[in-house]
Design a protein around this ligand. Structure first.
Ligand code: NAD
Ligand code: LMR
Length: 330
């Protein structure tokens, strides 16, 4: 039986392509489960409001039993008021001639005020997933503007990278994706990310034994996963949307409902200093979820091959953090 109080889910960038792939799945119950009604709060910039209204009409036309209402906003303070879950999808894409600093500055102008609005008015149990790029650093900016919200409530999405790695490894090993456990994405959601199969198991056997192909690992698997976003942009003429929405659904579902007893998944969460990642950075780790909170899987051995790759991606995160600090964005 459905619980009575709907959960407020705020989605930014609601009129964008990920928004369109995401909202219908949230409204159908896939984000929080089949017994949880949701109230959607769509946040757009003023130019996006009309398109968001069109999407809201379509959501109405689905007559989803779990959809308790839809509100549309162009003001972050109103959009995040009472939010229990916030999916920060809307971001400023890089345009021609834009330098990295300009991109960080433009996104700081979005994620700083959104963090402040979350701090001011979101519900006490707010959970935030940042999808908009550069996702890890945007999450860091938002968290730094929300001093009253525990830092662990701000996360960034690397579940899409995790799913990409699962799929590539399953194809190589000739097994279904369900045969694979304990795969990890470390670091930044960028081309420096490190998809790690050294703890992975395929039907209970070490993945490195089943595959045993170091050249494939270094020259195929790692670059294919790390550069998959760019490959999709090149092929589609637009960045991944349905697969990104799918990953966002899985990230929040697992966060709220818990991960299965065996194995783990990947998410960018605030570092507690584990695995040599400086405390406070939002970096991807192997994680499980219990009691509505992510835990970093402790105690994994990291060999020198993995160490170098984790360190390289973390170095990029430190560089991004230092750049937004210098710009006064955190
Ligand atoms: P899109 O351009 O189709 O849509 C973005 C939407 O955000 C637009 O409707 C725009 O009006 C809105 N927007 C911009 N600024 C906003 C603001 N301040 N408040 C509210 N809304 C705002 O883009 P998309 O394809 O939906 O992608 C969205 C973001 O997700 C991009 O940054 C993309 O790079 C990123 N992305 C991340 C991953 C990941 O794995 N983390 C994967 C795919 C895409
Ligand atoms: C992806 O991984 O598909 C996206 O982050 C790519 C992008 O730059 O939007």
């Amino acid at each position: 039986m459905a619980s009575i109080t709907p959960v407020n889910v705020t989605v930014t960038g609601a009129a964008g392509q990920i928004g369109y792939a995401l909202l219908f799945r949230i409204a159908s119950g896939q984000l929080l489960g089949p017994n949880t009604p949701v109230r959607l709060r769509l946040l757009e910039i003023p130019q996006g409001v009309r398109a968001a209204e069109g999407t809201a009409m379509e959501l109405d036309d689905c007559a989803f039993p779990l959809l308790a209402g839809i509100d549309i906003f162009d003001d972050p303070t109103a959009g995040f008021a009472g939010a229990n879950v916030a999916l920060l999808v809307g971001a400023r894409p890089r345009s021609a001639g834009m330098e990295r600093g300009d991109l960080l500055q433009a996104n700081g102008g979005i994620f700083g005020p959104q963090g402040a609005a979350i701090n001011a008015g979101a519900a006490d149990d707010i959970r935030v997933l940042v999808v908009g790029n550069p996702a890890n650093t945007n999450a860091l900016i938002a968290a730094s503007h929300a001093p009253d919200v525990p830092a662990e409530r701000f996360t960034a999405m690397t579940r899409l990278d995790h799913n990409r790695a699962l799929s590539q490894l399953a194809t190589k090993a000739g097994v279904p994706v369900t045969a694979i456990e304990k795969l990890t994405i470390w670091g930044n959601h960028s081309a420096t990310q490190y998809p790690d199969i050294f703890h992975a198991e395929i039907s209970g056997r070490p993945a490195t034994e089943v595959v045993a192909d170091q050249a494939w690992l270094e020259n195929d698997f790692i670059p294919t996963v790390a550069k998959r976003g760019a490959a999709i942009i090149e092929a589609r003429g637009a960045s991944s949307a349905a697969s990104a929405a799918n990953a966002a659904i899985s990230h929040v579902f697992d966060w709220v409902n818990g991960t299965p007893a065996a194995g783990w998944t990947s998410a960018a969460v605030v570092s507690d200093g584990s695995y040599g990642v400086p405390a406070g950075l939002i970096s991807s780790f192997p994680v499980t979820s219990t009691g509505g909170a992510w835990q970093i899987v402790p105690g994994l051995e990291i060999d020198s091959f993995s160490r170098g790759r984790i360190d390289a991606s973390v170095a990029e995160l430190i560089e991004e953090r230092d750049a937004v600090t210098a710009l006064g964005l955190i």
